[in-house]
Design a binder for this molecule. Structure first.
Ligand code: TRP
Ligand code: SF4
Length: 405
């Protein structure tokens, strides 16, 4: 459970504006977001500044890419009245928090993030020797901490970024959560709980600190969250005091690891824009059908009469996503006995993919035809996000001692 976030139902995640999204993006992240929006208070954003960190010279597509991504979110079923979606660069508080955090982040922490060296190795044609690229995970940390979320739903490749975000939050709280008069402020915050709750808080704190009683910790957090007459700063103090530190201005979020199916690309490798092996969420049916008919199968199955092995076939991975048990059973035995050909086997997959894509295309249509509608949705989301961001920045400035501005 994240520090001081036991009651917190907030979720934050972002996506870089890569242009039209494909089925790998859908099954890898979006489908999960669509479920989360009804379970949590979700903030989802297009990380347009992050796009600049690896391609600052290439900005002509940025605007249309961001719009296409948003339309794909709507096509997938993200509902702007159930969650908040916005563009990072329209909430400039992210830049302010990034700057503040940069003051307390050791350069060596950033150099040690595994994606830093990996990307420099892999993207040799890009200039990654910039301050912005080194700071990528820190900007991501600011994106996250801004909303003080309990969870950050991401794939395996982003776990290290959430981890460094937690370390930075801890460091920030250690440095700026210490107030010279902390103890006396805590004492008056405890009074404000009312005598019954105050006694309970002290008792639960003692149980946690003496015996590491996790249940007591959880109950104490709930008690703090429900303390109606507490200011935000008092709450942060009580949370910090409970766990033996200073104020918790920026709670540490947890990763919500997305369980995702393997989505094969047309060539059998992972579906990825950089491999050019994708099917777009809103792709034309004729093109989808053509691509799937030509999709890689078990390479050992050369002739129709050769039996195949679904475990060696990317089409089978699509059956795992798109087919029911009966169809899968049919594909398995038909493949292994050479009872069916690969085109037969692909037929139900093609049908299911087309049906899903038709749903996406239908949902997207009104937004494609009406760019104003999309602009309005994003503008609303930006406003809501800014409200949350302003509240955090007020706390942050106060903790640092910059509240006079
Ligand atoms: N780095 C993430 C990616 O490439 C995108 C991202 C930016 C993000 N800021 C974030 C994800 C904050 C989660 C939370 O996928
Ligand atoms: Fe793949 Fe199906 Fe062909 Fe078997 S029959 S190799 S599972 S496409």
């Amino acid at each position: 459970m994240p520090a001081s976030a036991s009651q917190n139902r907030r979720v934050v995640s972002g996506m870089r504006p890569t242009g039209r999204l494909h089925l790998g993006n859908y099954h890898g992240a979006l489908a999960n977001w669509v479920e989360l929006q009804y379970q949590y208070e979700c903030f989802f954003f297009v990380a347009d500044w992050h796009a600049l960190t690896t391609a600052y010279e290439n900005t002509e597509d940025l605007k249309s890419n961001a719009t296409e991504v948003i339309i794909d979110w709507l096509a997938a079923g993200l509902n702007p009245s159930a969650c908040t979606f916005f563009a990072q660069s329209r909430v400039p508080e992210h830049a302010e928090l990034h700057l503040v955090l940069s003051m307390v982040t050791p350069v060596s922490w950033l150099e040690r993030v595994p994606t830093y060296k990996d990307q420099i190795e892999q993207l040799k044609d890009k200039d990654l020797s910039t301050y912005g690229f080194l700071g990528y995970p820190l900007l991501q940390g600011a994106d996250i901490l801004m909303y003080r979320p309990a969870y950050v739903p991401v794939g395996e490749d982003q776990v290290a970024h959430v981890e460094i975000t937690r370390e930075i939050a801890r460091r920030f709280n250690n440095i700026f959560g210490r107030e010279p008069d902390f103890e006396s402020r805590v004492a008056s915050a405890i009074k404000r709980l009312g005598s019954r709750n105050a006694a309970q808080y002290n008792e639960l704190r003692r149980k946690f600190q003496e015996r590491g009683d996790g249940e007591a910790l959880g109950r104490a957090r709930t008690l703090i969250e429900s303390g109606k007459s507490l200011t935000v700063a008092d709450r942060e103090r009580l949370l910090g005091y409970l766990e033996g530190g200073g104020r918790v201005v920026l709670p540490e979020p947890s990763v919500l690891l997305t369980r995702t199916p393997k989505v094969p690309g047309l060539d059998g490798r992972k579906m990825s824009k950089s491999y050019g092996n994708t099917i777009a969420m809103r792709e034309e049916p004729a093109s989808v059908e053509k691509k799937l008919k030509a999709m890689q199968t078990d390479p050992a199955r050369v002739r129709r009469t050769d039996p195949g092995d679904p475990e060696k076939c990317p089409v089978w991975d699509l059956h795992k996503i798109y087919s029911d048990d009966a169809t899968r059973g049919w594909a398995q035995s038909g493949c292994r006995s050479a009872g069916i050909g690969c085109l037969d086997c692909k037929k139900p997959v093609i049908e299911s993919v087309l049906k899903q894509l038709q749903g996406f295309r239908e949902r997207a249509r009104e937004f494609e035809e009406n760019p104003e509608l999309v602009r309005g949705i994003v503008a609303d989301g930006c406003e809501r996000a800014r409200e949350a961001a302003r509240a955090t920045m007020a706390e942050v400035r106060e903790a640092i001692g910059l509240e006079y501005r």
